[in-house]
Design a protein around this ligand. Structure first.
Ligand SMILES: Cc1ncc(COP(=O)(O)O)c(C=O)c1O
Length: 272
């Protein structure tokens, strides 16, 4: 952890306690959060992340998000961290407490992008009822972390969730994509998955390429039989998939093109 800023206090020592013991974000996992990539000291698509945080908070019954406070805390924490490339996390809890955390970016993502990731499919929950919190990014992430750990235990890098009918949903912290011909396929938001900020960026950026995007409900076989596949997320960006459940998936140009386009979009934001 490089820096922490807390509502009402500002920047504090990262070793300081920052939550009340009765905060339900801790007791019940009833908090909202966002994980944001920082490029050259600036958070990428902060407004979109704050929009999603506000929606998550509303859906889990938290007080309305104080955007201005969170923006200011993010600014303070990033200034204190003074790290050009980093991870910014924003939290909003029921008390309410606002937190901005800046941590170092893990250094193995570019190597993983070169090698490509191996995924296993795991049964996940299709959030098709409001109380299953479709599209909500809450602090109840123990299931997602357990799925990632299970993938690692089985010698893979990460997991992809499928529903009871074998329909592809998303990864524990990523959205999933694959390509056949000129079409990029990705699961529809109607499946209750998280509306990834990077997913939205990839849809936008694909418009400037030769690819078209199709969103829908697709069985796992479609992903397994793809010409190439990749995940998208704020921190891992566009990350090629080279294996699914032990069977190879080919490499292709779309992942590299979209990764380059994403970096260009981040640079363009900086020069504005
Ligand atoms: C379940 C889930 N899906 C998708 C994503 C990707 O979202 P984003 O592109 O906004 O990072 C995340 C990010 O943490 C996630 O937790």
């Amino acid at each position: 952890m490089l820096a922490v800023a807390v509502g009402g206090r500002g920047v504090v020592d990262p070793a300081e306690p920052v939550l009340r013991a009765d905060d339900e974000a801790l007791l019940r996992g009833r908090g909202a959060f966002e994980t944001i990539r920082v490029y050259a000291g600036a958070p990428f698509r902060l407004a979109e992340h704050l929009d999603r945080l506000a929606t998550s908070a509303e859906r889990i019954g938290l007080p309305p998000v104080n955007r201005l406070e969170l923006e200011e805390l993010a600014r303070q924490a990033l200034e204190a961290a003074a790290a050009p490339d980093a991870v910014l996390r924003l939290f909003w809890t029921p008390t309410p407490t606002a937190l901005a955390l800046v941590s170092a970016l893990a250094d193995h993502y570019d190597a993983l992008r070169e090698r490509g990731q191996r995924l296993i499919s795991l049964r996940g929950i299709r959030a098709d009822e409001p109380w299953l919190l479709p599209g909500v990014k809450s602090t109840s992430y123990a299931v997602n972390m357990a799925a990632e750990a299970e993938a690692k235990r089985r010698g893979a890098d990460d997991a992809v969730f499928v529903d009871a009918d074998g329909i592809v949903l998303e990864g524990p912290t990523t959205n999933v994509w694959w390509r056949r011909g000129r079409t990029l396929y990705t699961p529809s938001l109607e499946l209750g998955i998280l509306a990834g900020v990077t997913r939205a960026a990839v849809i936008e950026l694909a418009a400037g390429t030769r690819y078209v995007v199709a969103e829908g409900a697709y069985p796992l076989g479609e992903l397994a039989g793809a010409e190439e596949a990749f995940t998208s997320s704020s921190i891992r960006e566009v990350m090629p998939i080279v294996e699914l459940d032990g069977a190879p998936i080919g490499r292709g140009p779309a992942a590299d093109e979209l990764q380059a386009a994403l970096r260009q979009a981040a640079e363009a934001t900086l020069s504005q």
